[in-house]
Design a protein around this ligand. Structure first.
Ligand code: AP5
Length: 212
């Protein structure tokens, strides 16, 4: 790691604020935001040996490991620091990640299931620049219009209540063992993800600064 370009992993359930806080981390440390979710959404209809990512994502299921591993290996290949969000989501992916990079800090954003459902069903994202809003907690100045670029705000296809619940189930089953994996390795830092976005960012920044 160079002094100001840490390798940061943000873990947390769907809707914990990983995307929101990754944008802050990327700005603060001038590092790329590597997110498997965005990369897959940009290639939802790509044909792979396992079918298209869309078939898995719209059902709230994980996209097969080989597809996701390849995305991450390519994205991390320049070695100039990163904030990684959305990966690893199972212990096989965590093993793969350990083979290709060294993490400086692993931060878990903790949020209860009931809060997650409320956040995700109310989330709106900009179709053009990807900025994140919430109809109640973080509304845009003009309804349906992005404050940053004027683009249209849309609801993600996997943010319906039924798919959100499936995504949370998949998190408990497949991704919580990843949390234990890093906790047992002694590198996990837990952050209260239910505080305001500004408070979460303050705690996250202090945690990263203390670790690197
Ligand atoms: P992905 O895009 O990674 O989705 P996710 O993990 O489900 O996370 P989200 O993007 O929904 O939430 P977030 O934690 O970023 O929260 P956000 O900041 O937006 O993955 C989507 C799909 O892709 C998966 O289901 C899977 O199919 C596939 N996939 C991706 N990676 C994969 C992998 N490694 N392996 C296999 N498949 C993979 O915040 C949520 C809302 O809350 C927003 O409205 C925001 O404004 C609001 N908010 C944020 N912080 C706060 C706060 N502190 N207080 C109040 N509101 C807040």
């Amino acid at each position: 790691m160079s002094e100001n370009q840490p390798n940061v992993l943000l873990l947390g359930p769907p809707g914990a604020g990983k995307g929101t806080q990754s944008a802050n981390v990327a700005d603060e440390y001038d590092i790329p935001h590597v997110t498997t979710g965005d990369a897959l959404r940009a290639n939802k209809d790509m044909e792979t040996d396992y079918g298209t990512p869309r078939e898995f994502m719209d059902a709230g299921e994980l996209v097969p490991d080989p597809v996701v591993n390849e995305i991450v290996a390519e994205a991390l290949s320049d070695g100039a620091g990163y904030v990684l969000d959305g990966y690893p989501r199972n212990t096989e992916q965590a093993d793969y990640l350990a083979d290709i990079t060294t993490l400086d800090v692993v931060c878990l954003l903790s949020v209860s299931d009931s809060e997650l459902v409320e956040r995700l069903t109310g989330r709106r994202v900009c179709n053009d620049c990807g900025a994140n809003y919430h109809v109640e907690f973080n509304p845009p100045e003009e309804e349906g219009v992005c404050d940053e670029c004027g683009g249209a705000l849309i609801q993600r296809e996997d943010d319906t209540e039924e798919t959100v619940k499936e995504r949370i189930d998949v998190y408990h089953e497949s991704t919580e063992p990843v949390v234990d994996y890093y906790r047992e390795a002694g590198v996990l830092e837990e952050i209260d993800g239910e505080a305001t976005p500004e408070e979460v960012w303050q705690e996250l920044r202090e945690t990263i600064d203390a670790a690197v």
